[in-house]
Design a protein around this ligand. Structure first.
Ligand code: XMP
Length: 512
């Protein structure tokens, strides 16, 4: 039996808002499957997917400007409920004959919303509450047939509607909006009569069945890193096809202290069939004398592919390559505007064609927090679920300059102390990612009355939601002091520790 994995989705129409993915996640948290669609593709996608409704996202443009993104106007004749958020509201008003203009007083941040007309959208919610606004334009004239549901001090038409077409000037998807979740819930279930069709437990069962059907009697090969995504993806496939899954853990010699042993222990505990491939010498040999960050990334990436190909090539009958692609990667590669390449991200790209493999991507529809939920269902230990992200090229991009055995040793020991102290003080789960970086300079110090001339360790710790933007973590000074003392006294070759207080942008999280 082939299970039909198609679900009626809610389509989140992307007009370039930074909150697009957040809106889609909020809908899923309410139990309804959602997908993100480019504003140019609405009509085609509606026909294909029969969505419950459309949610127009915000966006940076002004509707009255030349070249502003505006969908095909036939979308309003389809009889599908629409919720326009911020720019999305302005799009609806503008296209249906109302007026949007630059506001004299712009609203950024908290504003008070007053509901002036009883409506299912606000059922069970007080008549006055705080919402989060972020707009320079506002609606000044309503199109025919529209009514006003709520106002704020600077937005006379903060919430409007005609039939099942709604527009809200504020952002219900952000947590700063009180009752944001309830408003979205009212829209989905009271206005659109959506049915709950998204549940992680069901997802696991359906996905396992789907993989089983697709793979048949063939074999699957996978590169496993010990992180959340590859572990969860492998477990799903293991459930479906058992020992016909072959995982490879490639030790590229650029791992943290004790990481390989830890990963081995975890994978064994989970019962996953895997083989450790020791390739550290090969990677280090190729990295010798190389200082350029992109060159280092390229070398690690290419070597990884070669090693994997060599090992996985020995598995006769392998037809599939497992990859832990997540939904944000899918959305990004079909993004609104072409974005500049900042860094070459390392993965096993290019392999499928070379090895003539078909791709298996069981996490393709999922956000990171959903992968964690599934991991929990599959019995993945907290330790893995809460692990900070670790870049594919490993410590190679955390040693500024040449990667040598000596540098790796110094960095590993300093990093271990930092992470140990984070865990000891209960801060590990509060930061999104933390690590040490070894700098290619030496500075003067004094230890036990003697002059030293040694290396510098930079500590990096950030808060972030998705790694796209980040801010440095505000540690208590005592904590930083403790880490500094331990590093300079326990790690030979280091006499100075600095803390990186750069945000992303303008910096990136990793130093290379
Ligand atoms: P940046 O340094 O670009 O990093 O701000 C954003 C996030 O991505 C991780 N990162 C990588 N992950 N392969 C990966 O799988 C890579 O090549 C890579 N480079 C950076 C980084 O650790 C951070 O979480």
């Amino acid at each position: 039996m082939i299970i039909d994995m198609r679900r009626r989705p809610v389509l989140v129409v992307n007009f370039g808002s930074q909150y697009v993915q957040l809106i889609a996640r909020r809908v899923r948290e309410l139990g309804v499957y959602s997908e993100i669609v480019h504003w140019k593709d609405i009509l085609r996608t509606v026909e294909e997917k029969d969505p419950y409704c459309l949610i127009f996202s915000g966006g940076p443009a002004s509707v009255y400007e030349e070249g502003a993104p505006l969908p095909d106007g036939r979308v309003y004749d389809l009889g599908i409920p629409i919720l326009g958020i911020c720019y999305g509201l302005q799009v609806i008003v503008h296209q249906l004959g109302g007026k949007v203009e630059r506001a004299k007083k712009q609203e950024y941040g908290r504003a008070k919303l007053k509901v002036v007309s009883k409506d299912p959208l606000f059922e069970g919610i007080p008549a006055e509450f705080d919402v989060w606004m972020s707009h320079a334009d506002r609606v000044s004239t309503l199109p025919e047939g529209f009514e006003r549901i709520a106002v704020s001090e600077n937005s006379p038409y903060a919430v409007v509607k005609r039939g099942k077409i709604y527009g809200v000037q504020f952002h219900p998807e952000v947590t700063h909006t009180a009752y944001g979740r309830e408003i979205l819930s009212n829209f989905l279930f009271r206005v659109c009569k959506a049915e709950k069709n998204w549940d992680m437990g069901n997802f696991v069962e359906e996905k396992v069945e789907e993989i089983r059907e697709r793979v048949g009697r063939a074999k699957v090969v996978a590169a496993i890193s010990g992180g959340v995504d590859s572990t969860v993806a492998s477990l799903l496939v293991y459930r479906a096809v058992g020992d016909r899954l072959h995982c490879f853990f490639i030790d590229h010699g650029l791992l943290r202290l004790g990481e390989r042993e830890e990963v081995e222990r975890n994978l064994k505990k989970l019962g996953l069939p895997f083989k450790v491939v020791e390739a550290g010498d090969e990677f280090l040999r190729r990295l010798k004398g190389v200082e350029d960050p992109e060159e280092k990334r390229r070398i690690v990436g290419n070597t990884f592919v070669e090693v994997f190909e060599r090992e996985a090539g020995k598995i006769k009958g392998a037809e599939f390559l497992l990859q832990g692609t997540l939904y944000p990667d899918v959305v990004e590669s079909a993004g609104i505007a072409g974005s500049a390449k900042i860094k070459t991200h390392h993965n096993v790209g290019g392999l499928p064609e070379r090895m003539k493999l078909k791709l298996l991507e069981p996490l393709r529809e999922l956000f990171k927090d959903e992968v964690r939920k599934i991991g929990k269902i599959l019995g993945v230990p907290e330790e893995i679920l809460k692990r900070h992200p670790f870049p594919g090229p490993g410590l190679a991009v955390r040693i500024v300059g040449e990667v040598t055995r000596e540098n790796l040793e110094i960095l590993r020991r300093a990093d271990r102390i930092f992470i140990e102290e984070l865990k000891r003080s209960g801060l590990y789960d509060k930061v999104w990612q933390a690590f040490a970086v070894l700098l290619p300079i030496r500075t003067v110090g004094v230890m036990g009355d003697a002059r030293t001339y040694e290396k510098v360790i930079a500590l990096r710790a950030v808060e972030s939601v998705d790694g796209m933007t980040a801010d440095w973590f505000r540690f208590p000074h005592d904590f930083l002091d403790r880490v500094m003392r331990r590093i300079v006294s326990e790690v030979e070759g280091v006499n100075r520790v600095v803390y990186d207080i750069s945000s992303k942008p303008p910096s990136t999280i990793e130093w290379e």
